[in-house]
Design a protein around this ligand. Structure first.
Ligand code: ADP
Ligand code: MG
Length: 894
């Protein structure tokens, strides 16, 4: 019988694995918004989003409500890694009956304790009486917390049942009571339970502690979870401490197959049968009871205490945890066992003593093992959700069982290692209980609040309100009108260049075309075949040597003809004369579809005798010089137009082109009657807005920040392309870098240390923003990026860096949306429509690859232009395909 009893208390390894799996499932259930109401493992958010980093400094008051006592504590931190805080404390006994009395009286009493404690401990040299004194409140009851300093009591426990408190904000109640004591310099800034306090106590410099296990009368655990997984709280970035409240694990039956008849008896006799099943297996309040019921059962089976009276064992609670610990902690012999049992009034034989000891060991060993199962579940969960292959983490441990049972630590360590071999947990004993930890929480909360204010001050100017965006939209509209006006065009910052493209494709275009693409990252020659089955292309990339870019115009265009000939030869096209479209992405004053005067070279080109000349003519002249007679240039176009046209082939509603790549620009179909710079009133024409220059006349000065001005001043074209410099890929990384420099200087990042790499211009690439803003699991990649920049980043640095990137890319997307809103609203008005349904063809790597840019753009646009339904299509090879289609449309309409 003894062997059977012992076996029932011993859980096989595969069962432990299954339990760990159940625990992890329940944890997920508790965190999910949909399922947390039914979850047994409650996973309560604590709103504690950081652990101490050792810079915390100042005086902190702690009040802890315990069984029959109020403990007060004053902790002084010196910003020295929290190695040696100074602490003063005093414990007050509660008057008889207070735990069951009036709630307000309870809080008044707590406030009086605080008042008395301060009167006794605070002298002018411990604390400046003018100074505000932050207070942390340790309140070990189940609360619905909605902020660090806002927590509604859900239910009393541990013998408390004061009236008028359940459903109220207990922080508010304590603050009111404190104010009544004329302690108005005391601010209640944080509320927490004792588990969280334990975790915080174990944190010292360079050694964050991210899990706490308290193995006491009850049992509980908390850990730092990824905040976005805590769906019941608003926080989405960084981490948040979650109070698991794992005592109720198993209340839905998941533990049934390991429960023994003794556990069932303990549960039946408890005040809350069926509840807190896990706690009743592991809490020290219950371990003596389990042993007692085991002994009763074994006596009935005549396996122990044969021939002696065990009536004394029938009384609930006679066998305490202290008895159990005394029995098992003595490794050699049974003299202690005999003494304990005799004190209880039993007359054990030598054999009884041995067997009682075996039972006690099994019950307590099982409790330690089950703690390890819970810990293993937390460890694996953290490892998985942090996307790590191995997790190294410190675990604070406290409680009667941990302190009283010599093998607890060893079992916790070895079993959790067995169940979660991918994790390496280092157990740290908690010093000074939860009080010091509460002071730390309070200190961290104040540090974070101060940091938050400073961060908001830096990022504030980048955050645009809806009114700001409406103003940008109105200004864009105004500049558009000026750019279109015959007499105002010269002074407009948005140049609104006519393109002589009057029609978008209708899908009936057919034929073979040549296309040239000059002015993007590469020079290309293409052949584009537009057939009933769709569009197919072949292309070749050609290098333009620097000597040719900067030589003579004749040399450049001769080289282009050589490339075309090479391409035509390779493609076997020499015998045909194909219509050619030329994507030429430099600013041009177009005077016809095939006539465009170069206004200025950019992007490193300086070929002579081109500016002011017709680019198409320069190409034709070169063809003549090279005796290439089979060239028929029908159109020259900008890359925005190509983008619009290539999407327009599949979607007739596509009448806008947008580019957000190295630079940004847009084009759209305008009514001819509005285009003051071109003769004629019939039909429409595509307008190349050149909106990158929006604001170059000063109209956007009010939204430029310090960072924008610095970035502008260090470019090769200061004062030019000001709108583009807020939006496009060439600049966003540099804006972020400028912000990082300022934040580091203000000690908000990287512990105030800037690497020399970070001081290098353009070292922070815009593609980093895409990686950094990718939600969830990208923190490791963020570290990698920062390492590359020789920056040693903490977790909090990574979170703040993400916030900076988000602010910069969000503003870019919103500004782009404000510009587009002006465009679509104008088109809607042009056409006299209540609602406009339209498509935008988009190109550019920033738009395509950034994880949030396109969503932010579309969301803002919807908001700013509610009467327009705008859909976005990615263009594929707009420069090549678009050039062919412009040529095709030109041939068709001709
Ligand atoms: P272009 O505009 O010259 O035709 P792209 O459309 O490819 O070229 O845009 C290039 C720009 O895109 C670069 O300036 C770069 O900063 C940016 N970029 C490159 N990769 C990414 C990325 N993953 N996320 C966001 N931006 C990127
Ligand atoms: Mg491009």
């Amino acid at each position: 019988q003894i062997q059977r009893a012992l076996r029932s208390l011993c859980i096989p390894l595969e069962r432990l694995h299954i339990m760990k799996g159940h625990m992890m499932q329940d944890m997920c259930k508790g965190l999910s918004r949909q399922t947390h109401a039914q979850a047994k493992v409650r996973m309560l958010p604590t709103y504690i989003c950081s652990t101490p980093n050792g810079t915390e400094k100042g005086n902190f008051l702690v009040v802890e409500l315990c069984q029959n006592q109020v403990r007060t504590l004053l902790v002084t931190l010196y910003g020295d890694g929290n190695m040696s805080p100074q602490m003063m404390y005093k414990i007050f006994d509660m008057p008889e009956g207070m735990m069951q009395g009036d709630g307000e009286a309870l809080f008044d009493f707590i406030a009086q304790c605080v008042s008395q404690f301060l009167a006794e401990t605070i002298t002018p040299d411990t604390c400046n009486s003018e100074e505000r004194l932050p207070l942390g409140f340790v309140f070990p009851f189940t609360c619905r917390q909605t902020q660090l300093d806002k927590a509604e009591l859900l239910s009393w426990s541990k013998g408390f049942s004061c009236s008028g408190v359940v459903g109220k904000d207990v922080v508010q109640m304590l603050q009111s009571a404190i104010n009544k004591q004329e302690l108005s310099h005391v601010d209640v800034v944080a509320l927490m339970n004792d588990t969280v306090g334990t975790m915080m106590t174990c944190c010292t410099e360079g050694r964050p502690c991210e899990i706490a296990v308290v193995a006491d009368k009850g049992s509980n655990c908390c850990f730092m979870a990824e905040a976005y997984l805590v769906e019941t709280a608003e926080e989405t970035s960084g981490r948040m401490c979650v109070n698991t409240e794992w005592g109720c694990f198993g209340d839905d039956g998941t533990l049934n197959d390991i429960l023994t008849p003794y556990d069932e008896s303990v549960d039946e006799e408890s005040s809350n049968p069926g509840e807190k099943r896990f706690e009743k297996l592991v809490g020290t309040l219950y371990l003596g009871e389990i042993v007692r019921h085991a002994l009763i059962a074994l006596t009935a089976e005549k396996a122990v205490f044969t021939g002696t009276d065990i009536a004394v064992l029938k009384e609930k609670g006679v066998f305490t945890i202290q008895h159990v610990l005394d029995i098992i902690n003595n490794e050699d012999g049974t003299t202690d066992v005999k003494r304990v049992l005799e004190v209880l009034g039993l007359q054990p034989s030598e054999r009884d003593c041995g067997r009682v000891q075996q039972i006690c060991r099994a019950v307590v060993g099982r409790a330690a093992t089950l703690h390890a199962v819970g810990l293993a579940a937390i460890l694996s969960y953290m490892c998985q959700t942090r996307d790590m292959e191995t997790l190294m983490v410190n675990v604070g441990v406290d409680g009667e069982l941990y302190k009283g049972y010599s093998r607890f630590e060893e079992i916790l360590q070895s079993v959790s290692r067995l169940l979660s071999p991918e994790c390496l947990a280092t157990l740290l004993p908690s010093r000074d209980g939860s009080g010091r930890g509460a002071a730390m929480v309070t200190a961290v909360a104040l540090r974070l609040a101060a940091q938050r204010r400073a961060v908001n001050e830096v990022l504030g100017p980048l955050r645009l309100t809806r009114a700001d965006l409406e103003k940008v939209q109105a200004l864009m509209r105004q500049e558009m009108e000026r750019g279109l006006g015959k007499h105002t065009n010269a002074s407009a910052s948005v140049r609104m260049l006519p393109t002589y493209v009057s029609h978008t494709p209708d899908g009936t275009e057919r034929g073979d075309f040549l296309a040239l693409d000059l002015g993007g990252t590469n020079f290309r020659v293409l052949v584009v075949r537009v057939t009933e089955e769709g569009i197919s292309m072949a292309s070749e990339i050609y290098v333009i040597p620097a000597s040719i870019m900067r030589g003579t115009g004749e040399g450049l265009f001769d080289h282009i003809i050589d490339c075309i000939v090479d391409f035509q030869t390779k493609q076997n096209l020499m015998t045909q004369t194909l219509p050619l479209g030329f994507t030429f992405s430099f600013p041009c004053q177009q005077v016809g579809l095939d006539k465009a005067l170069l206004l200025t070279w950019t992007k490193g080109f300086t070929a002579s005798d081109c500016v002011g000349h017709d680019v198409v003519q320069l190409l034709r002249d070169a063809a003549r010089r090279k005796q290439h007679s089979g060239l028929q240039v029908v159109a020259l176009l900008n890359d925005t137009v190509g983008t619009m046209m290539s999407c327009g082939y599949d979607d007739p509603k596509c009448e806008i082109g947008l580019i957000v790549g190295t630079g940004t620009n847009a084009c759209y179909m305008e009514e001819m009657k509005n285009v003051g710079t071109v003769e004629g009133d019939q039909g429409r024409m595509c307008i190349n807005m050149e909106w990158g220059a929006f604001g170059d006349n000063g109209c956007l000065d009010h939204i430029f920040t310090h960072f924008d001005r610095v970035v502008d001043e260090t470019t090769i074209n200061p004062g030019k392309q000001r709108f583009e410099k807020l939006i496009s890929g060439m600049y966003l990384g540099e804006i972020v870098r400028q912000i990082l420099l300022v934040m580091t200087e203000k000690q908000l990042l990287f512990q105030g240390r800037v690497s020399s790499k970070l001081q290098t211009r353009n070292i922070f690439q815009t593609k980093f923003l895409s990686t950094i803003e990718l939600n969830g699991l990208a923190l490791r990649q963020i570290r990698t990026i920062l390492k590359e920049l020789e920056l040693d980043a903490s977790f909090e640095d990574s979170v703040l860096l993400r916030e900076v990137c988000q602010a910069v890319s969000l503003r870019a997307a919103q500004l782009c949306a404000a510009g587009l809103a002006a465009v679509v609203e104008k088109m809607r008005e042009n056409r006299g429509l209540d609602r406009l349904s339209i498509s935008v063809g988009v190109d550019g790597t920033l738009y395509k690859l950034h994880p949030c840019f396109s969503q932010n753009l579309q969301k803002t646009l919807k908001d700013l232009a509610p009467n327009c339904d705008v859909s976005f299509h990615l263009s594929e090879d707009g420069s090549g395909k678009g050039a062919a289609l412009v040529a095709a449309v030109a041939c068709r309409t001709a």
